[in-house]
Ligand binder design. Structure first.
Ligand SMILES: [Mg+2]
Length: 166
């Protein structure tokens, strides 16, 4: 989708509540063969090293449908590497410097797919959606994980959850 001016660069092509709501069928209907996705607040909580429940299954369903996957995150390289390892060593670009679209240009080369055939998923308009729209990828905005947690228990949302503390 290349017919964008400066203002509608911030408009996602589609939005979903969570990344796991996106099916392989939807990806194909959107004209994409690959999914590039953000990490923080998309598949893990900000600063966490744990994948949200359901992400493994979601990745597997994409793989089974022959859809290529790549992490495009503004996080530091070692953290993206950690998540890549957790996801059967899928490729990653980090730090991606979104909203610059340079990372998606690189993703396009790495995957052998034109930007128009890439669907970029993330929780932020100012980074994920903008980067995708600039280069003509399909942009998908999801609700940030933090926001969903806070919506469920606004006054009890913990800053951090520990499984064990000495
Ligand atoms: Mg994010």
């Amino acid at each position: 989708m290349n017919d964008r001016n400066k203002e509608n660069l911030k408009l996602p092509d589609y939005s979903f509540e969570k990344i796991t709501d996106i099916t392989p069928g939807f990806v194909r209907r959107a004209g994409a063969n690959a999914v590039a996705f953000d990490l923080d607040n998309t598949v893990t909580h900000y600063g966490s090293l744990r994948l949200e429940p359901g992400i493994d299954k979601w990745l597997e369903s994409m793989r089974a449908a022959g859809i290529k996957l790549i992490i495009v995150s503004n996080t530091i390289t070692p953290r993206a590497y950690w998540f890549s390892k957790k996801m059967n060593s899928i490729p990653f670009i980090a730090p991606a410097f979104k909203p610059s679209s340079i990372s998606l240009k690189l993703a396009s080369k790495m995957l052998g797919e034109a930007p128009e055939n890439i669907l970029m998923v993330g929780d932020k308009v100012s980074t994920d959606v903008k980067a995708a729209n600039k280069i003509g990828a399909t942009s998908v905005k999801i609700v940030p994980l933090t926001k969903r947690r806070n919506a469920a228990m606004p006054e009890y949302a913990p800053y951090m959850t520990l499984s064990r503390a000495d």
